[in-house]
Design a protein around this ligand. Sequence first.
Ligand SMILES: [Zn+2]
Length: 280
Amino acid sequence: MKFGSFEIETISDGTFALDGGAIFSVVPRVLWERHFAPDERNRIRLGLNSLLVRTPRENILIDTGIGRKWDERSRDRYGVADETDLLAELGKRGIAAEEIDYVINTHLHFDHAGTNTVERDGRPVPAFPRARYVVQKGELEHAFSPHERDRASYISADFEPVAEAGQFDLIDGEAEVVPGVRVLKVAGHNRDLQCVRVDSEGETAFFFADLLPTTAHVQPAWVMSYDLYPVETLEQKKRLVPLALAENWVCAFYHDPHVPLGRLHKDGSRIGVTPWGGNP
Ligand SMILES: [Zn+2]
């Protein structure tokens, strides 16, 4: 889909499922179940909507889905379903793994860094052999030594092989990856989450990652209980959502199962989302 002089497109890695209560935290089920019907284990289905940004020179992939390095027990626990596969979806568009120049990891949780690596001859190796992998320095450090609260969110096979291959570019704060593509550290979900801002010819797209995981999370109080610093998430939303409205950004919702990309509008006292550009 044309976006200024760039093209942007959602590349889906299928879906998985997490506990609905954990996704909506203080919001009672009677409210969230209108938007997301839970399964018999109280889980809701979530998207894994990576974003491909093609500039005239580079191919950039933002987050890499949940990957395929899963055993049956974990697949069942997280409801991992393979409706689509990130690498196959890239292939359908004529893009080989070798042609990805940059992978931007918003953070290194397993549902955002899963296809950072693939298994070859029984061991994980970087999936994108020529790519620089861009992540916040503090996030990589934390991934190597998580605490009890978020240990379950990191799988070392997603990032250790990338570190061993010397393919990480570590950022501290804000940086321009290529002209028109910037990363910004936005604490809340964790200390070192980074969002991605894409600007081309007056258009702005913003990859919110787990700051706004689904369209329902656009409402200020809808904050995941996975967040380590939920009040900081709230503050960042109150800063960025009005900007997205005022400047008509195309917003990327990584975990929304139906609306990966949309623009915001006022809907009375609430904020509505209009899908942008059709389905992946
Ligand atoms: Zn996530």
